[in-house]
Design a protein. Structure first.
Length: 475
């Protein structure tokens, strides 16, 4: 029997207090493929009560017990990898190969890296006659987005488990089925009743209630900056800690001494990955002005190799974007780029040729983009790249930093020390040099309106801990 219309509370699958259904749309077909229940304040109260009751005992478990629990979670997750991949593909349109190799695999990577970090983690240390103890903050509310559902669920749940917290997860109502499967994984792994709870629902009905709830000690939120501000405001009255991973408008500076063709190809691929629906996508490519024509030619050629199509079809690189609302937003922003005078290199408005249904977007590249254009300032969250010419390295750094966001940045150069000098001047939480491999032990999080706090491995564990000084120990 499907658990899609149930919530997971206190170690059991339960019906919502007040039934209310919501269709889950497959963005490739624009048709519903299942339905979930939408929770309410009463459901949040029930989950918080379970989490609060479980906290005193779970917070006192040993590190060895939490390591054993995470190992069971990893094993159970591995057994459900194909189910997770199929769900991701259906609910958000990810091509099935990408759903397996990136989306489902990301959740496993975070579980495993958090496990390794926990094995090496010291919860107590001595400083003179004081013992410093790091303890789970309490009951935590976790709100996760639709674009990388397993990446964000695992990078919050795993460190909360490691820290000794109990929790309530609200997955995105746009892509909720993976959250249901993850909850089945937690149940199968034998997570103690009340330690992990999951409620589906929308922001006003569940997210806002969690944020303001006096029984929740911390909120960890990933999503838009607009929604993150609402979470922080709702949490302020109870002075709960808020960790946020929000929007981005990441620059990608290709320095004059870089391999231009290689850097541009990699930049297009990175921008278009996941149909452009990544908060850290390098959407602003900065190139020396006298090299822009060559960069545009390479970008056009690369973009046009990105086959858009059915997520289940072999060879599909880009599936649809997640929803009609997202599709319409992207179309409006592409139109703004054209109207404001950017050079449309390839792509544009409308669906790709031959497609009349599904939320498919044409891979789009703009050139001659100025810093004041809408497409250079607003987060698009689609396969749209803005190429921006610069006259000096100092100007490139100024343009890169001229944004309210500060999540991520890229720098390309054949001289690594040169790239590092530029990286140190960029106001971003993570700067990648020459497209390195993904590092799940590197801190992930932003400056400015891209949020606060850091996720991944031991960085994530720290976010869920309080620091206690036990003074006079050993005196």
């Amino acid at each position: 029997m499907s658990n899609h219309r149930k919530f997971y509370v206190n170690g059991a699958w339960v019906d919502p207090v007040t039934p209310r259904a919501l269709d889950v749309i497959n963005p490739a077909t624009e048709e519903p493929f299942t339905a979930i229940s939408v929770g309410s304040a009463a459901d949040v109260d029930r989950a918080v009560a379970a989490a609060r009751a479980a906290f005193p005992r779970y917070s006192q478990t040993t590190k060895a017990e939490r390591i054993a629990l995470l190992k069971r979670i990893v094993a159970c997750y591995r057994a459900r990898m194909e189910d997770i991949a199929q769900a991701v593909s259906a609910e958000m349109g990810a091509p099935i190969a990408m759903a397996r190799d990136s989306q489902a695999a990301a959740g496993l990577a975070h579980l495993e890296s958090t496990l390794k970090a926990l094995e090496d983690f010291a919860f107590e240390e001595e400083r003179g006659t004081t013992r410093i103890a790091r303890e789970g903050i309490g009951v935590v509310g976790l709100i996760t987005p639709w674009n990388w559902p397993l990446n964000q669920i695992a990078s919050k749940v795993a460190p909360a488990i490691a820290a000794g917290c109990t929790m309530i997860l609200k997955p995105s109502e746009v892509a909720p089925v993976t959250g249901v499967i993850f909850s089945e994984v937690m149940h199968e792994a034998g997570v103690p009743a009340g330690v992990y709870n999951m409620i589906n629902g929308d922001g006003p009905s569940v997210g806002a209630v969690m944020s303001a709830h006096p029984g929740i000690d911390m909120m960890s939120f990933t999503g838009s900056t607009r929604a993150g501000i609402l979470v922080a405001k709702a949490a302020a009255d109870t002075v709960k800690r808020v960790a946020q991973e929000l929007g981005g408008k990441s620059p990608n500076i290709i320095l004059r001494d870089a391999d231009l063709a290689w850097s541009v190809r990699k930049g297009v691929q990175a921008c278009f990955n996941n149909s452009g629906q990544s908060c850290n996508a390098p959407t602003r490519m900065l190139v020396p002005r006298d090299m822009q024509a060559d960069a545009l030619a390479v970008a056009k050629q690369t973009a046009e190799t990105h086959k858009v199509g059915d997520p289940k079809a072999e060879g599909t690189i880009l599936g649809p974007v997640v929803s009609e609302a997202q599709f319409n937003k992207i179309q409006a922003l592409i139109e703004s780029g054209i109207k404001e005078g950017a050079t449309l290199v390839t792509g544009g408005t409308g669906r790709p040729e031959g497609m009349n249904r599904g939320y498919y977007v044409r891979p789009t590249v703009f050139g001659d983009v100025r810093p004041d254009m809408t497409i250079a300032r607003e987060e698009i969250f689609g396969p749209v790249l803005s190429i921006m010419p610069y006259d000096s390295e100092e100007q490139a750094i100024e343009i890169a930093n001229d944004t309210v966001y500060g999540l991520s940045a890229n720098v390309e150069s054949k001289d690594v020390e040169h790239a590092r000098r530029v990286a140190r001047q960029l106001r971003a939480g993570q700067v990648k040099i020459n497209y390195p491999a993904w590092d799940t032990f590197a801190p992930f999080g932003g400056y400015k309106q891209s949020g606060n706090g850091r996720e991944y491995a031991d960085w994530g564990i720290h976010d869920f801990l309080e620091v206690k000084a036990i003074i006079g120990y050993g005196a």
